[in-house]
Write a protein of this length. Sequence first.
Length: 248
Amino acid sequence: MKERKRSEKAPLKVRRFRRVSNVLIVCTLVALVAVTMGAGGAGGVLAMNREDVYYSGRTDTSSVAVMINVYWGEEYLPQILQTLQDAGAKATFFIGGSWADDHNGELLSIVRAGHEVGSHGYFHKDGNKLDLQGNLREVRSANALLQAITGEKPQLFAPPSGAYGEDTLQACRQEGMKVIMWSKDTIDWRDKDEELVYARATDGVKAGDLILMHPTAHTANALPRILRAYERAGLKAVTVSELVDIKI
């Protein structure tokens, strides 16, 4: 009987192989989940274009979209606007409500230059940490202020920190807004390096890319070269609405 029990037990090498195989299977499943998760802590929502969330735009065009999130850095906006004008490029500026409340003139200069204005919430709160009413307050208060200043209600919402949950999506649906994420992130708010910003905005760039930036000194300095790189690649910088084909 003792001998039969020993014979039923798998050899050490087999047991090790099974353990390794199980670990590989688990790692593969985790990797697949990670690939499909939203960027920037997006509250567990899949990172793919859907009816009301966009991580990229149309690929059957020769266009990309530059997205500039604004809660600070107004001192760099004139340089950025001049660069865009010189290049014949358009951008979408996602504006924070609390910033716009103190910088009406700067916001109007963006509008007068022909660029698109979207919402970046009012107080830069992570949507995945708010309930539906909290998300509605963030979205509606920003919309009311931006509309009062510009005369147009924003149709696009860029979640602060890229963080959103189902309540964020529901709030935007109630306001008739689309949620805009990104396919390229310069991370210029953290890494104050012009060359790094340039590389992140241009390496492997392709039609349909949504490129995230902020008004910083190093981004303002890199932007002329970035736009020239797009031109060399046969790409034109357009608004987000144009790139994702949203009717405004």
